[in-house]
Design a protein around this ligand. Structure first.
Ligand SMILES: [Zn+2]
Length: 240
């Protein structure tokens, strides 16, 4: 059973590193590794899995922090939901550039986790994009929405015929990550959004969430699709 919980940004450039370095951990991801909206889910996962260690993975050149910086320092419009869930917490904080904002974000999310989990090893491991090898950004961006779990992304990319680095990945639920999904569709140009059903999921819930998202996202011109990985796995087994 997994003993480590990773809370990471949804950035596509982190996919391979998460899969390689945290393959046995349970992973939760949203825009900016923003802890507050996920807290109920995090608490439940910590209890259910007897989590011993929480690792927070933020990163530089973060799209969520770009959006936050633009909203606060340049007055660029952001949706009310994104303001509530992400941007608001930085309005009373001092920072002058994006790098400082990213550092504050790491500090604040880490502090939020430490306040909540006093008996668990909680630490941050900010990723540096200069240290991650990423192929040229020449493919259309997509978004995968998955439930929290081990980052077995390879099988999903293969099933969908997608490149690991073209997909942003939200691992949360509609109830706590809809503004993040909208951010990916609008600002990060992920015009195809896949709701993926994994073994641990209730397929009816995934369908319901996909339908909810489709209603919200049609106005932005994003298309919601569903992929059932349970049937894909069954097919693979039959072949062997
Ligand atoms: Zn990010």
């Amino acid at each position: 059973m997994a003993e480590e919980l990773v809370i990471s940004c949804m950035d596509r450039r982190l996919n391979r590193m998460l899969e390689e370095e945290y393959g046995d951990a349970i992973v939760i991801r949203n825009a900016g590794a923003n802890v507050a909206p996920l807290m109920q889910m995090i608490k439940q996962i910590v209890i259910d899995n007897n989590i011993k260690r929480i690792t927070l993975i933020t990163h530089d050149d973060c799209g969520a922090m770009k959006k936050t910086f633009a909203a606060i320092k340049e007055g660029i419009h952001a949706s009310e939901d994104l303001e509530d869930i992400l941007i608001k917490q930085f309005r009373e904080i001092n920072f002058s550039d994006r790098q400082q904002l990213e550092e504050k974000n790491t500090e604040m999310q880490l502090a939020g986790l430490k306040r909540e989990f006093t008996n668990i090893d909680v630490h941050a491991k900010p990723a540096k994009m200069s240290e991650i090898k990423v192929p040229p950004d020449d493919k259309e961006h997509k978004l995968l929405v998955l439930s929290p779990g081990e980052p077995g992304y390879g099988r999903i990319f293969e099933g969908l015929g997608l490149d690991p680095f073209q997909c942003y990945i939200v691992q949360a639920s509609i109830s706590n990550a809809m503004p993040d999904i909208e951010l990916a569709a609008k600002d990060l140009h992920a015009k195809e959004i896949y709701f993926v059903t994994l073994n641990q999921d209730n397929p009816r819930e995934v369908k319901r969430d996909a339908d909810t998202a489709a209603l919200r996202l049609s106005a932005i011109g994003a298309e919601v699709k569903r992929q059932d990985m349970r049937t894909m796995r069954a097919k693979g087994k039959n072949l062997m």
